[in-house]
Design a protein around this ligand. Structure first.
Ligand code: ZN
Ligand code: ZN
Length: 333
């Protein structure tokens, strides 16, 4: 800082007096210091949305713009950098005039008008996961929502994430608004996304004695990334039993997912053709259970909740039937 700035001009002295008087009247704003070098104020919106605004005077002020620095313990660095840059542009519009009140007011209303600033860093990380040309991320600041369009080949899914006022203490609300996946997968994605959000802010239901104290964490990115992973993965997944695509390549081909072509998601997360799975589950050996050929985990499925003994009996019965049939065929020969 040069000596020129330390000896306040008449204009600066008058502005500082006015700042001391007017700034504390602004909503959510607290004046910390108003000296010839800088004005420091604090803006408090919520626990996680609070900033310190430093307006620094340069030699030649107010014919040169203020330099603004914005600090926060809770908001992301990238966002704060961006906001400071916008403040520079704002200050330039006020050349020759008092700038401090204008800037502080600008920052305050920017925070009000951009509720998604609490998850700005998360949003940019989510954007990095979406590389495809057809993918989209839209921010709706008015309704505090982020909408994603996620695509994989011919499949797509639209996800709307609502960010609450007291984020990240409360969880985001994910909602699948449109898609062309089979309905059972939508239900599954939706339930898992909601559960992922819940787990970010609520302690586990069964607490282990050695667990560290639970701390809520931001839920937007985990939820978005879970759904992005699903959309990117499942259209390409093959049935571990026949090695063909589990879902039809063409999502509009509905007959390809009906009846014996139905697709099932089993406990481990892998997709199977129902027809392949049925064949596999009804074939011995049964005694040690049946395992997913893709990951080795045991297969649990409502449709096949039958004991090994029953399966063994059924198999024996089928074999006997087959022998009978063969005998009949032999007889006919
Ligand atoms: Zn198959
Ligand atoms: Zn598996």
């Amino acid at each position: 800082m040069t000596s020129e700035a330390l000896i306040p001009s008449k204009e600066l002295t008058a502005e500082l007096e006015n700042v001391k008087l007017e700034l504390p009247k602004l909503q959510d704003v607290k004046l910390v210091a108003a000296v010839p070098q800088l004005v420091r104020s604090e803006i408090f919106k919520t626990e996680h949305k609070q900033v310190a605004v430093l307006c620094m005077f340069q030699p030649g002020y107010p014919d040169v713009p203020l330099v603004t620095e914005i600090k926060s313990k809770t908001l992301g660095y990238k966002f704060l950098q961006g906001l400071a840059k916008v403040c520079d542009t704002e200050a330039k519009k006020q050349l020759g005039k008092p700038q401090v009140l204008h800037i502080v007011q600008f920052v305050s209303s920017f925070l009000d008008g951009n509720p998604l600033c609490v998850c700005a860093d998360e949003i940019s990380l989510v954007k990095e996961k979406l590389s495809k040309e057809k993918d989209e991320v839209k921010l709706k600041q008015k309704s505090s929502q982020v909408t994603l369009k996620i695509c994989q080949e011919e499949y797509f899914l639209n996800l709307r994430i609502t960010v609450p006022d007291d984020y990240p203490l409360s969880q985001v609300t994910p909602e699948i608004t449109d898609h062309n996946f089979p309905e059972f997968l939508r239900t599954n994605f939706q339930a898992q996304a909601t559960e992922t959000a819940r787990q970010c802010v609520q302690p586990p239901l069964k607490k282990k004695p050695k667990d560290p104290p639970f701390v809520p964490k931001p839920s937007l990115r985990p939820v978005a990334e879970y759904v992005i992973d699903c959309v990117q993965k499942y259209p390409l997944e093959t049935c571990p039993l026949c090695n063909e695509r589990a879902l039809p390549v063409d999502p509009t081909n509905e007959s390809a997912t009906k009846g014996k072509h139905r697709v099932e998601k089993i406990y481990c997360g892998h997709l199977f053709h129902l027809i392949c799975l049925t064949k596999y589950m009804k074939k011995p050996p049964f005694s040690e259970g049946k395992f997913c050929p893709a990951c080795g985990k045991q297969i649990f499925h409502d449709k096949f909740k039958v004991s090994a003994k029953t399966l063994e009996d059924r198999w024996a019965h089928k074999q006997a039937k087959q022998r009978e049939l063969e005998e009949v065929v032999d007889f006919l020969d």
